[in-house]
Design a protein around this ligand. Structure first.
Ligand code: ADP
Length: 174
């Protein structure tokens, strides 16, 4: 069973087997978590992302999918890059957001990563409301079939932490 934990802080400082990146589909870096991971992790991560683009993702990594690189200078072994959906008021993209978490855990299992740190995917530049994003993230991870022992949600500010804590306490029984 996966133990879900919450932490307030910076995902680039987490000592875990794998850190999940809220990447954009280009895989070539961006702002937010993505910028922080590339800045702190160093150029090895970007080099591997470029190789992935050239070999497998010429059109970019589609939203809801996940792919791994090594973690450069981060205190983790792997970075799992996933692309969240942009929030839409006219289209329900919840399944794609859930897929980010499920696919990240599937990649973690392939890597034999037991501890995984997640950011709140899509809640920054992609504007997904925190409460809803937290509910989707927590339900999906709680219900996933995975060997990961700890899924640590690393929330960057108190507002995000509170949203995840409230959603965790309100999680319906499995
Ligand atoms: P997206 O494009 O998927 O919305 P962002 O990186 O813009 O991705 O934001 C996702 C979430 O990550 C936001 O809640 C943002 O506050 C948070 N965040 C930004 N930097 C960090 C960091 N260094 N560690 C953890 N979370 C972060």
């Amino acid at each position: 069973m996966t133990n879900i934990t919450l932490a307030l802080g910076d995902i680039t400082e987490q000592s875990v087997d794998a850190v999940v990146n809220a990447a954009n589909s280009s895989l070539l870096g961006g702002g937010g978590v993505d910028g922080a991971i590339h800045r702190r992790g160093g150029s090895d991560i970007l080099d591997e992302c470029r190789d992935l683009r050239a070999s497998r993702y010429g059109k970019g990594l589609p939203a809801g999918q996940a792919v791994a690189t090594t973690a450069g200078r981060l205190p983790a072994r792997w970075v799992i890059h996933t692309v969240g959906p942009v929030f839409s008021t006219t289209e329900d993209r919840s399944a794609t957001l859930a897929s980010c978490y499920r696919e990240s855990l599937r990649v973690a299992d392939e890597l034999n990563a037991l501890t995984v740190a997640f950011p709140a995917v899509s809640t920054g530049v992609y504007r997904w409301p925190l409460d809803d994003a937290a509910r989707i993230a927590l339900t999906t991870v709680r219900d996933a079939d995975t060997a990961v022992t700890e899924a640590r949600f690393v929330l960057f500010d108190q507002r995000a932490y509170d949203a995840f804590e409230t959603a965790l306490n309100a999680l319906p029984p499995a």
